[in-house]
Each structure stands twice: as C-alpha cells, then as structure tokens.
Write a protein that binds this ligand. Structure first.
Ligand SMILES: *Cc1c(COP(=O)(O)O)cnc(C)c1O
Length: 407
C-alpha cells in the first residue's frame, strides 16, 4: 500500500469519523487533516528536491496549517501584510517569508517596510510604483521583481494571472525594472505566477511560461532564485487523475534551462485542498418541476468557489443507509439569497432527506479562507485532525460576533 498517495479522494474519508465530528461540532464545519497537509508537503519536496519550496499561504491561513507547514521546513509566500503577520506569528523566520505585493495599500507597505527591515523578508514588487514606494520608505533590503509573462494558465479565466496586466511588470519592461531594483536594494530574484490549475494536459502553457522566465534569468544574470509560481492542480472531479508531480518537475526544470539561480515554487492549494472537507446538513428537500432542490446549511458564504469560479466539488452523503437509497439528480443550494448560491447542479446523490449529513470534498484550499459574513451568516467552525485527535482550531461565529466591529 502506498503510504502517501498522490490524492485523497472524498470517498477515502472515514464516514463514521466524520459523522462523529459533526455530532461533536455541528455543521457547517471544515475538517482539516494536518497529517495529510504534511503528506502533501513531503510529496512536493520529494518531486522538487533542489527547489526552494514555499506555501502560498492565501490558500488557507489558519494558524494550525501555518504551524504545521512551518515545521516541515517550507517557506511562506505571502500576498498581503496580514499574511506576513500571520506567518511571523506562526513561527516562520523572516528569511523564510516572501511578500509579493499586488497594488499594495500604503498601510501594507508601512508594515512591510518595518518588518522586512527587522526580519530580512524578501519583497517582491509587481510594478515600478511599488519599487518607488518601498524606496520612499527607506527600504534597502532584499527585492524580487514580479514579471507578467504574458502567458496564462488555469482552470477558469478568473484564476489566470499570467496574462492579466494587473499582475507583474510587463515582460518587455522587466530588465529595466530589475536594473532599477538593483539601485534600490539587493535584487535576489525574479518571480512570476501564471495562474492556478496546472494539470497534466496543461503543461505546454506552463512550459512556455517557465521558458520565458529562464530567458529573462539569463538576460539579467546574477540572481539567487527564479520563482515560477504555484498553480499545481488538484483533481476536483472524482474521475480526474492526480497531477504527476515528477512530470511537472521534469518539465519545469527542462523549460527553465540552464540557469545558475535556484528554482523556486510556491503552490498553495496543492498543500491543503485534499486535506479538507466541509460538513453540511440537509435542511430542506423540495421537489420542483425542474429538479430536486436540496437546501443545506453551507453556502457561498461558507465555500464560494462554485459561485465565483463555477468550481466543481465532489459531494458525498455520509448516511449509513446510503447503499439502500435510490440515486436522484439534485441541486444543492445554500441559505443565501443569491442565485449564485448553488454548490452543485444536476448532481446525482443518494436521495437526501432532512437531517442528512453531507461532505463536500477538496475544501481545504480557498474554502474557509474565502468565507464571509454576507447575509449576516456567521462563519463556520474549523476542526483539525492530528495524530488521531481532533481539536477546534477556529470556533463557529455566533450572531453577536456579526456586529462586534460596529459602534
Ligand atoms: C495564489 C498564488 C499562488 C498559489 O496558487 P495555487 O493555485 O493555490 O497553487 C502562488 N503564487 C502567487 C503569487 C499567488 O498569488
């Protein structure tokens, strides 16, 4: 038996354990298996032994995940001042933190220039303005330039960053900005992130983008690292094969070509997606002329990916009598008054009844992280599994939490 399989499917989770957790913690609740997070880190490390490996923390910034990954030795890739603060609080040394600015508010840069000085954080700038603004704050530390490679990749237009002008300095301006950065501080790297969702069939776009970074690295010379982003896909569909990490690693190295700088990668979702499931309870079953609507207590404020990216998440009934039930096509709808608040359409499920417990798969990345209070919905709880134990790592919000910031 493979002790660290390339993917953990929703079907692999122990239904009885999940039912016990739902009994103990109610729903909606995210379950996060920290052991699986470690396994994902180990497979990445094994496939990319010679690369700088960072976790793009925005996929899941709960302290439990950050502390777990800190202990595995990976670095932290942060996209906002708040993420840098969380990484420092979780125990990452400054030398292991990279901050990548995307149109950073002044307040972010004030904080970053303070902590970057004290902790030796690498600051990645994605525009000449960001460079000037760091220089204005007297920053002379380690810098990296984010480049827009002009090649996008990803499972949905909304996650393709490589060709979106918002991200990075235009490729043909990169050399000039690198030179400028060398005047301001210590230029240590160049960076690009093409988007999210590198899959087995998608490697040509990935290779094209990495090759452009290799060309640029040779042109500007004298770098410590070339960061080629994250975006390592996970199989959200049950029948999708897992990513062949060794093939991605080989293709990436090959495409980068001969550079003296180290290669740096920064996956986010790959570390955490299949380590998480979302538990939800059926509260309404309604026959309509179009479909059977199954209302549940989790919606777009709990897991927004279906509404935001038309994302697919596997759904499984955790009821013990599932084998005896007939399968029907359902629409799985949340409690929010928005048409987009549908977690799945035309989904075959063992005929749900009120009170049934459901699990939604691959919910460890961009799930809890994107949860909101829209419709004055309290955010869900998060329970971490570790070494056979479970512990509440984020409590469920209650109704009084909703107004706590208001005067
Ligand atoms: C979001 C992000 C990543 C991680 O993307 P995943 O799809 O979660 O791997 C990596 N780098 C940057 C700059 C990002 O913004």
């Amino acid at each position: 038996m493979n002790e660290n399989p390339a993917v953990r499917r929703l079907a692999d989770w122990d239904a009885e354990r999940l039912r016990d957790l739902a009994d103990a913690h109610e729903t909606p609740t995210y379950i996060l298996d920290l052991g699986r997070v470690r396994e994902n880190a180990a497979r990445l490390r094994e496939a990319f032994p010679d690369a700088d490996l960072a976790y793009a923390v925005k996929a899941n910034t709960t302290n439990a995940v950050l502390e777990t990954l800190e202990a595995t030795g990976v670095d932290a890739e942060c996209a906002a001042a708040g993420e840098v603060k969380r990484a420092l609080d979780a125990g990452f040394d400054g030398e292991r933190i990279r901050y990548t600015a995307v149109n950073p508010p002044d307040r972010d840069l004030d904080y970053i220039s303070e902590v970057a000085r004290a902790h030796d954080i690498v600051v990645t700038v994605g525009s000449e303005d960001s460079l000037d603004r760091m220089a204005e704050r007297g920053f002379q530390g380690q810098l990296c330039v984010r480049v827009n490679p002009g090649v996008g990749a990803g499972h949905h237009a909304k996650v393709q960053t490589g060709a979106e002008p918002k991200f990075g300095v235009p490729y043909d301006r990169a050399t000039a900005v690198v030179e400028r950065a060398r005047e301001v501080g210590d230029l240590v790297g160049i960076h690009a992130h093409a988007g999210s969702g590198i899959s087995g069939d998608d490697l040509s776009a990935h290779e094209e983008f990495v090759a452009r970074m290799g060309d640029l690295a040779r042109e500007v010379g004298d770098l410590e690292f070339v960061a080629v982003g994250g975006g390592f896909g996970v199989p959200y569909h049950e029948d999708e094969p897992p990513l062949d990490l060794h093939a991605v690693a080989a293709a990436t190295r090959e495409a980068l070509g001969d550079v003296s700088a180290r290669m740096a990668i920064e996956p986010g979702r790959y570390f955490v997606a299949d380590a998480g499931v979302l538990l939800a309870t059926v509260n309404t079953v309604k026959e309509t002329p179009e479909t059977t609507v199954v209302g549940i207590d989790a919606g777009m404020t709990t897991l927004i990916r279906p509404a935001l990216y038309d994302a697919y998440h596997a759904v499984r009934s955790l009821e013990p009598d599932v084998p005896r039930k007939r399968v029907v096509d359902v629409e799985l709808a949340g409690p929010v008054c928005e048409t987009a608040d549908v977690l799945a359409r035309d989904r075959p499920l063992p005929e749900p009844t009120r009170g049934d417990l459901l699990a939604i798969g691959n919910a460890g990345a961009y799930g809890y992280e994107m949860a909101s209070n829209y419709n004055s919905r309290p955010r869900p709880a998060v329970v971490a599994l570790d070494h056979g134990d479970d512990r509440l790592v984020a409590r469920r919000e209650d109704l009084t939490d909703l107004t706590r910031l208001e005067h």
